[in-house]
Design a protein around this ligand. Structure first.
Ligand code: PYC
Length: 315
């Protein structure tokens, strides 16, 4: 291969419909600090590598990237940094399921328990015999209940603000059916809510931006169906692991779901996660969710030094 090509080995998977691109190598060396510090370094010094694998022409707006990192502790199997078309994610549930399925496919993780380090804390994962993966997530909590925001075109919208590894605004109000045929309208509604939160300076704890919007409706077989808008403006095809965690925190806070009880969360395309929680303290839960990822590609991305679009372009 001519020297002007740089090779990046990736495994593409989808978790209940939502894609993950795991980067195995080919990124600049980020050292041995914590995942949060390595994320900060990647963001500040090497962001063009994120763009090269996630943006067009090699990627697309739906993809979530996961950079495989060496762990800081010997008890952990791996570390991971998640990113998307817009920037970086603190944690990603479907992406962690995709990571574990990919490591299993590569022979790097056996069926059983594996600790994974993320920028917001360690998560305990289990690769099950049937190929599904459970993630015991970072602690989740509801920050504020029944927050009202005036949304142009929608009026007063009420929702809860919760942390599930990312910040969510969870809305139970019905605007339109949560259905795959309605994703354009659902995206517009959710984007309008997100903008209104920004304009009204409604944030997560310590002023952190609420970058995920979650709409809910009852479902005929699952406990609930959701539509989740992700930070880059795309919607999650899976039930969203961190979003399901935020939902569990709200259900626990409202006394609507008992500790250990299974909550089945359906996505907008009808795929599901089975989830439950253990109580940590009066306001905090440890969520666990389980789903399945499938490997779609084992691929080498090439970055051609002569390619004017080698670092991607914003669509
Ligand atoms: O599964 O946590 C998740 C997630 C976040 C953004 C897309 N998926």
């Amino acid at each position: 291969m001519p020297q002007r090509y740089h090779r990046i080995h990736v495994i593409d998977s989808h978790t209940e419909g939502e894609p993950t691109r795991l980067v195995l190598n080919g990124f600049p060396e980020l050292g041995t600090a914590s995942m949060a510090e390595r994320l900060a370094l990647l963001r500040s010094k090497h962001d063009n590598w994120r763009k090269a694998v996630i943006l067009e022409p090699r990627g697309n707006d739906i993809l979530v990237g996961a950079l495989l990192c060496s762990p800081t502790h010997s008890k952990a199997t791996a570390g991971v940094i998640f990113f998307n078309n817009q920037g970086y994610l603190a944690m990603c549930g479907h992406g962690t399921i995709g990571l574990m399925a990919s490591l299993h496919y590569l022979g790097l993780a056996d069926v059983g328990e594996h600790l994974i380090e993320t920028p917001v804390g360690d998560v305990a994962t289990v690769i099950h015999d049937d190929g599904s993966v459970s993630i015991k997530n970072v602690p989740a909590y509801r920050y504020r209940k029944d927050v009202e925001v005036n949304v142009p075109g929608l009026g007063l919208v009420t929702g809860d603000i919760a942390w599930g590894g990312n910040w969510f605004f969870l809305v139970n109000q019905k605007f339109t059916d949560i259905h795959i045929k309605q994703v354009k309208l659902l995206s517009e509604i959710s984007l309008a809510i997100k903008s209104a939160l920004e304009v009204s300076q409604i944030t997560g704890k310590d002023g952190q931006p609420i970058d995920h919007i979650e709409l809910f409706q009852p479902h005929n077989s699952a406990d609930s169906q959701s539509f989740v808008l992700c930070p880059g403006g795309e919607y999650d095809r899976s039930p969203c692991g961190t979003g399901t965690s935020a939902k569990l925190a709200c259900l626990a806070a409202d006394g609507k779901l008992a500790e250990g009880e299974i909550w089945q969360q359906a996505s907008v395309i009808g795929s599901t996660f089975d989830a439950s929680y253990a109580r940590l303290d009066a306001n905090t839960v440890i969520p666990t969710f389980r789903g399945r990822a499938y490997i779609c590609a084992d691929n080498n991305l090439l970055i051609d030094a002569e390619d004017p679009f080698r670092w991607g372009f914003e669509a």
